[in-house]
Design a protein around this ligand. Structure first.
Ligand code: ARG
Length: 405
């Protein structure tokens, strides 16, 4: 009996070539798995039909948008997740979900191998393979572009010889899902130039965006969005709507120099309109509801979350501990944040939460204060002890060294 392999199939050139190539070179049956994670080209039936025509024995499709929102993106929101302070981890978050689905389907369909389309230079190979092994160590993994050194010219030639339609993908390498669009390659690789407008698709470049601001309000419950503009909706719907509304107002374009897990610097362009808007609102709500020590501890934990997700460690047990902390600290983050979206800027326009720590009678410099200013000098004296005593000890040290010299 022929062995069966499961291919994570997007419908693009690389993975279409792989369907034929796996049958030819490895003489195995190919089962394809195509997931809708909110990418634009998501006609799953069309993609499955193409896989069948290329000889796949089974074609499986799954709409995992709500799983992605509820079990992955929600955790990133609670953790204010931005890698290197900028990237909302859109591609990084989807890989463990894809790995989990692949392991599940491989086991259901009797496949002993999972095939993915990553190259040997990026982060995605790490994310897929660390995740698959953590979930099921008995499954083999191959990445033909990397392991058999497939290159794009050879692929195109192979596709032409085997009657595989070569889709026009544009000049960039793009990965899309609900949480964002990652764009790499071509002119973006030249770091002496700005990112050209032809890389923009979800975001209207700020200088071309509308001249009047758009006001929105976002309802959070325990740190997770639960409604937009006074209408309750699912997280998937909040994100889809905001990708459109914020994108139209020039929000979401991110240009950055990024440090890959494999030690390479790369110049990246992202479009994440909903992600940047939601994270800004979440951050603002947290700044009203959490105290300084909570914010400081959260910021440390958020840093670990982003770094580990970027590095492909979603299924490492440490993520459960970080998740427990984030859930606990987000439990009071309920309230509504209003914002104005204007030419690429997110301008806070009010926060309303019954859990807010802000007390105008405390902070106001006006009259009617409930704060007793007379206690301040004593506080400052004791608060300053450590600095004052250390400074004078160091001064003595310098003087003694000068006497000795
Ligand atoms: N650099 C990003 C990451 O590692 C995005 C990579 C996405 N791939 C692409 N073909 N654009 O998460």
């Amino acid at each position: 009996m022929k062995s069966r392999t499961l291919l994570l199939y997007s419908g693009g050139l690389d993975t279409s070539v792989m369907i034929k190539w796996l049958q030819d070179q490895l003489n195995c049956d190919v089962v394809t798995l195509t997931l809708d994670i909110g990418q634009e080209k998501n006609n799953l039936n069309e993609i499955a039909l193409k896989a069948k025509q290329l000889g796949a024995t089974d074609t499986i499709t799954r709409d995992v948008r709500d799983i992605f929102s509820e079990a992955y993106i929600s955790k990133a929101i609670m953790s204010d997740a931005l890698y290197e302070g900028k990237y909302p981890l859109s591609t990084s978050l989807a890989r463990p979900l894809m790995a989990k689905e692949a392991v599940e389907v491989a086991n259901l369909t009797g496949c002993d191998t999972i095939v993915h389309g990553s190259t040997g230079k990026g982060n995605d190979q790490v994310r897929f393979e660390v995740s698959i092994r953590a979930l099921d160590d008995s499954i083999k993994v191959i990445a033909p572009v990397r392991d058999m050194n497939m290159n794009r010219d050879e692929e195109i030639e192979y596709a032409a010889r085997n009657g595989i339609e070569i889709p026009y993908g544009g000049k960039y390498s793009v990965d899309e899902n609900l949480w964002g669009r990652s764009v790499e390659g071509s002119t973006i690789e030249d770091i002496t130039r700005e990112v050209p407008f032809d890389a923009f698709k979800w975001v209207v470049p700020p200088e071309k965006a509308s001249d009047s601001p758009e006001k929105i309000s976002l309802l959070f419950e325990k740190g997770v969005p639960a409604g937009l503009n006074d209408t309750r909706m699912s997280l998937t719907d909040v994100i889809s709507s905001l990708n459109r509304i914020a994108g139209m107002n020039g929000i979401g374009a991110i240009e950055m120099m990024e440090d890959r897990v494999v030690g390479i610097k790369s110049h990246e362009f992202y479009e994440c309109p909903a992600a940047l808007t939601i994270l800004a609102a979440h951050n603002y709500l947290a700044s009203a509801v959490l105290n300084r020590k909570e914010l400081s501890a959260k910021s440390a934990m958020d840093g670990y979350f982003s770094d580990f997700v970027y590095s492909g460690l979603w299924f490492d047990p440490v993520m459960d501990h970080i998740g427990s902390f984030e859930e606990s600290i987000n439990s009071s983050l309920t309230g509504t944040v209003s914002m104005k979206l204007y030419k690429g800027n997110i301008i806070p326009a009010g926060v309303d939460s019954s859990n807010s720590l802000y007390d105008i009678s405390m902070s106001s410099y006006g009259r009617n204060q409930s704060f007793d200013q007379g206690k301040a000098p004593g506080f400052i004296y004791i608060f300053g002890n450590e600095t004052r005593l250390t400074r004078s000890a160091r001064n003595r040290m310098v003087q003694q060294a000068e006497i000795r010299a």
